[in-house]
Design a binder for this molecule. Structure first.
Ligand SMILES: [Zn+2]
Length: 345
């Protein structure tokens, strides 16, 4: 019986050897696998049959069949790796490229005009002792309104048309960068001069002048002795450096909940020297920014003694400044990613 099995296996090996030499592709390799290692192969049948053999025969048969299995698997693996190598070589030869062809130049990117102007403004204020601080865009009602002297019933809350989130009832997208002022005042010991800039959100209709999000930059100084006159000087310097020349400015009284007194700063149009042009809408003046002395209530909200410290704050729209500087007629150009627009800078 054992002798018979040994003979059969020996014959099978001869057959396998000659068949293996005929294997040229994955299709014939698969036929080979099914025939010698598959469910209906001699090997599988004999292995299933072991349980019907006598106790003495079982280990000897098992050993012979195991050796056969190893032998078949080795042939199969060797053939498979040969075929895989051929397939890979064919694939690579198809992908081969001519290294003598000239390469394609990738285009150089550059700074977005909005970033350019932001950096420019930061540099001017840095020169006057301001350092950059930052805060989150998702804020709480406290930082966006309450701490800025804007209690729940205050009309400024409607005016700003705030985006509230679904995270929690008091969580919103900041509607101005003044939130960072509060965070800075909580953290820093006066005296200090800080600058914050970033994206703010308001529920506005989209048109040439308005977007539901835009960028603001705010400066805040808390010092021992500081007057409205000091503030005027700082802002004057800023305007002069930004436009690169001396321009007339004027302060008009205005109202903001967090500053008192508050003012709107206008400059004479630097493009027409006040005679009227497209940029200034023939008015000869440009509305540039809002400013004022920090309201004592705001200082109290962050535990800074208003009898000891005074401060000023000013905020501006970065899109507006960029539009003025480069005479861009529509705010939407900033956010379309249109290369025809961006390549001009
Ligand atoms: Zn003008």
């Amino acid at each position: 019986m054992i002798k018979t099995l040994e003979d059969t296996i020996e014959k099978l090996k001869q057959e396998v050897k000659s068949e293996a030499s005929q294997i040229m592709d994955s299709k014939s390799l698969e036929s080979f696998r099914v025939k010698y290692l598959g469910e209906k192969s001699f090997l599988t049948n004999e292995q299933k049959n072991i349980k019907n053999l006598s106790k003495d025969e079982r280990p000897v048969h098992g050993k012979l069949l195991n050796e056969l299995k190893i032998y078949l698997n080795e042939i199969y693996d060797r053939k498979k790796s040969d075929i895989d190598a051929v397939v890979m070589e064919e694939k690579l030869s198809k992908e081969a490229f001519d290294i003598t062809l000239p390469g394609l130049m990738s285009e150089m990117g550059h700074e977005h005009p909005l970033s350019m102007v932001t950096r420019e403004i930061i540099d001017i204020f840095r020169g006057m002792g301001f350092t950059v601080v930052s805060g989150p865009e998702v804020e709480t009602d406290f930082y966006n309104f309450t701490a800025l002297n804007t209690p729940p019933e205050h009309p400024a809350r409607d005016e700003q048309d705030t985006f509230y989130t679904k995270i929690a009832p008091q969580v919103l997208l900041r509607s101005h960068t003044s939130t960072v002022q509060i965070r800075a005042m909580e953290r820093l010991k006066p005296p200090f001069r800080v600058l914050a800039h970033g994206r703010v959100y308001r529920n506005e209709e989209i048109n040439a002048r308005k977007m539901p999000f835009f960028h603001q930059l705010e400066v805040l100084a808390i010092e021992k002795e500081f007057t409205f006159g000091n503030m005027k000087w700082i802002l004057n310097e800023f305007i002069k450096k930004f436009f690169g020349k001396e321009v007339k400015v004027r302060f008009r009284p205005d109202f903001f909940p967090f500053t008192e007194p508050s003012a709107e700063l206008d400059s004479q149009c630097p493009f027409c020297e006040g005679s009227g042009c497209l940029t200034c809408g023939n008015r000869g003046w440009l509305e540039l920014l809002g400013c004022g002395m920090v309201d004592p209530n705001v200082l109290k909200a962050v535990n800074i003694n208003p009898d000891e410290w005074v401060g000023f704050a000013a905020g501006l729209g970065l899109e507006r400044f960029t539009m003025l500087k480069y005479k861009i007629p529509d705010i939407r150009y900033f956010f379309t990613g249109d290369l025809r627009f961006l390549k001009q800078f």
